[in-house]
Design a protein around this ligand. Structure first.
Ligand code: NAP
Length: 279
């Protein structure tokens, strides 16, 4: 279900900015997730870092606790494995050192024509990009409801329209954006802040992988965002209880154009652009 034209909203003047005490950040071992962890650490928020690569998580934990004097826990986890995901859910339900901000950032993007892609990898992509945020948010909500807190879901501008050659990825992000916006409304009037962050092209390992497959090599340099700026926009957004945050004027403009353009036009234009990335 494409969340066409998800647009940034004004901040709600009736909502006070919130300082978070402890955040659990998924996909914290690199890229936007590591940048979000650093941004939160600089604001004095304790952290629980989640990803598969334990060594990278430990290195980041040591750096951030030394630099900012915060407490950092490390939970090495493959979020596509049911048992491991349940353990993170349990951490979010815990009342000792409770988490008051969940950042669902871990995500992968498979590039190529769907018929040629490994279907098991496509399924794993859905598990990581959609099912993990769904289950983790459900586990976090009782504590957030009771004591107040937030959820920041990292989606993509790819959510705004179908993306040929990244069809399943864009569909996972369309669900994440639509679902987060709906939850944002369900939580109106409660102490729970729910925000979707929709970055455009951002220099990280994610794009490194896509570049290696030819998907990003044709993009001009001014289009690229910096992970630290994206992270700052996301943390500011959930602090101020915005529903949708799209970092960068270029991407806010492209979102507006995309929502005003018939879908048969946008999908053909993007299909043509993406054709340069493959065969
Ligand atoms: N970069 C962009 O241009 C861009 C644009 C729009 C949206 N986004 C979104 O931003 C988010 C972060 O992407 P990024 O660009 O920062 O990519 P990245 O540098 O590749 O980081 C992805 C993170 O996800 C973790 N991860 C991957 N598979 C996992 C698994 N099975 N279980 C647990 N963690 C897993 C990785 O850590 P381990 O390998 O250690 O597990 C890593 O920390 C994603 O949701 C992506 O869709 C990125």
């Amino acid at each position: 279900m494409p969340a066409r034209g998800a647009t940034d909203d004004e901040r709600d003047p009736n909502v006070n900015d919130r300082r978070f005490a402890r955040a659990l950040v998924t996909g914290a071992s690199s890229g936007i997730g590591a940048a979000i962890a650093a941004e939160l650490a600089a604001r004095g928020t304790d952290l629980v870092l989640v990803a598969r690569n334990e060594e990278k998580l430990q290195t980041l934990a040591t750096e951030l606790s030394a630099e900012h004097g915060i407490a950092v826990e490390v939970l090495p986890t493959d979020l596509t494995e049911t048992g491991a995901l349940r353990a993170v859910e349990e951490r979010l339900r815990g009342t000792e050192a409770p988490v008051d901000l969940l950042v669902n950032n871990a995500g992968v993007g498979q590039v190529g024509r769907f018929e040629e892609l490994d279907i098991d990898v496509a399924e794993t992509q859905i598990a990581l990009n959609v099912l993990a945020p769904l289950r983790l948010t459900h586990a976090a909500l009782p504590n957030l409801r009771q004591a107040g807190g937030g959820v920041l879901n990292v989606s993509s501008i790819g959510a705004n329209q179908p993306v040929p050659r990244m069809a399943t990825y864009a569909a996972t992000k369309a669900m994440l954006t639509s679902w987060t916006e709906a939850l944002h409304e369900e939580m109106r009037g409660t102490p729970v802040h729910i925000t979707v962050l929709a970055p455009g092209f951002t220099r990280t390992g994610f794009v490194g992988a896509a570049e290696a497959e030819g998907a990003a090599g044709h993009i001009p340099s001014f289009i690229w965002s910096d992970a630290a700026a994206v992270a700052r926009a996301g943390v500011d957004g959930v602090t101020a209880r915005r529903a949708v945050v799209t970092p960068g004027p270029i991407y806010r403009l492209s979102g507006a154009v995309s929502s005003a353009t018939p879908s048969n036009v946008t999908r053909r234009v993007i299909g043509t652009v993406m054709r340069f990335t493959g065969d």
